[in-house]
Write a protein of this length. Structure first.
Length: 416
């Protein structure tokens, strides 16, 4: 029997609890993007990278590397060592996980190995309480934007902006790379940004054809930063930091299968304290393998609130997954919880792409208001392949959170 429709009202209904997250999963809050002292500094707070030619050209001996390392960073020390960054993120930032992501075209193999060693040590020290991840930020903003490659064993040597080489050669030759994140999507406000959109994440490498880009990128990319930064904020103020959902919806409409995340992109000593924005991920535990697999399976959301947790599913398929169905009416449910704000009120906006990939971007098809708990709706979908997701806004402070989509695939011969 269908439960009653909930016209415009969201209620905390315990009897619908079956729709919530599986009991073995817990919501963890972290960041998929951060820098540390290997790269950060400058007298006026500017971002300055000072790679010594002798360490950039070949692998130094351990002694040479240590000396070059000290020389290089003697005057640049601002951000803390990788080990300090991870300790800070755990103890002061209260993050469950943090990825240290060095700029790949500026990093030496020794520096990358240093970050990997620090992460391994942190994972032994904080086992079960904190997860350190390692990544690299590849490419440049002007050549198509940055992506974060998490978990690779070596530095990506594809030239900046050569996305076809990244998707077509480098990533396929490294099946061990678990997660790729599209960083800080363009805001498309000015003329420059509009021109950059034509190169975004490699679109220009595929003749501007989003289908071709999606075919090449989808086997390899998993997440997109809906919230980024404040990259160059120096404060430990946990100041409110707003997201850029347009970039998320633009990629979804191009057919790119990405789930939302928040990357704090710290360049100073404020991992977890620069803002309350977090990547939420549903994991069994805090081992690196488990956190990476939650990110890879797109079991994520992005939130501007430190501990607002969202779980979405459609016909039993969890967010980040694919529902294969011919039905044009789909039952979706959303769980909202926030441990320290149990009385908060929320607006829930259900978002659907009503005409499938390309055409118009996804839009709000239903809005509700209520308190934390669970809500179920029946959503009308097009015959074409599509996706649905939820955007939640906290009433008082206007903090937002966005879930991963559930993608809807149509069996052959049923439209689309
Ligand atoms: Zn970046
Ligand atoms: Zn960065």
């Amino acid at each position: 029997m269908r439960p009653p429709r909930l016209p415009g009202i969201l209620l905390a209904i315990a009897s619908l609890a079956a729709a919530g997250p599986p009991p073995e999963l817990r919501c963890r809050f972290g960041s998929t993007h951060a820098h540390c002292w290997l790269e950060t500094g400058g007298d006026d707070g500017g971002f300055r990278v000072d790679v010594q030619p002798e360490t950039a050209k070949r692998e130094p001996s351990a002694g040479e590397a240590r000396r070059a390392f000290r020389r290089k960073h003697r005057d640049l020390y601002r951000g803390g060592t990788p080990a300090e960054a991870l300790r800070y993120a755990h103890e002061k930032g209260r993050l469950d996980f943090l990825a240290l992501t060095i700029h790949s075209h500026m990093a030496t193999p020794f520096e990358y190995a240093t970050i990997r060693d620090a992460a391994e040590a942190a994972n032994r020290r904080y086992e079960g309480a904190f997860c350190a991840l390692v990544g690299q930020e590849w490419s440049t903003i002007s050549s198509g934007n940055h992506v974060n490659i998490l978990g690779a064993t070596d530095i990506c040597d594809s030239p900046n902006g050569r996305y076809a080489a990244l998707y077509g050669r480098w990533l396929p030759s490294r099946p061990e790379v678990p997660v790729v994140v599209l960083n800080h999507p363009f805001r498309a406000q000015g003329e420059l940004d509009r021109r950059l959109l034509e190169t975004e994440y490699g679109l220009d490498d595929y003749g501007g054809d989003p289908h071709a880009l999606a075919r090449a990128a989808n086997p390899h990319v998993h997440l997109i930063e809906v919230v980024t930064g404040p990259a160059f904020g120096r404060l430990e103020s946990r100041r409110r930091w707003r997201g850029n959902p347009d970039g998320y919806f633009r990629q979804l409409n191009r057919g790119i299968r990405v789930a939302p995340c928040a990357g704090s992109d710290n360049h100073y000593q404020n991992w977890g304290t620069s803002s309350p924005a977090r990547t939420g991920a549903w994991t069994r535990d805090l081992s690196p393998a488990e956190v990476l697999s939650a990110l890879r399976e797109r079991r994520t959301f992005a939130t501007e609130d430190e501990n607002l947790a969202l779980w979405l599913e459609a016909e039993g398929i969890p967010m980040g997954g694919v529902l294969a169905t011919a039905a044009t009416r789909v039952r979706a449910s959303l769980s909202i919880s926030d441990g320290d704000e149990p009385r908060a009120r929320y607006q829930v906006r259900w978002i659907v792409d009503a005409d499938g990939v390309l055409g118009d971007e996804a839009r709000v098809v239903r809005e509700m208001e209520g308190v934390a708990g669970e809500v179920t709706v029946d959503l009308d979908l097009p015959h074409a392949p599509s996706y649905l997701l939820a955007h939640v806004v906290q009433a008082r402070d206007r903090d937002s959170a966005w879930t991963a989509p559930v993608w809807i695939e149509r069996p052959a011969g049923t439209g689309g």
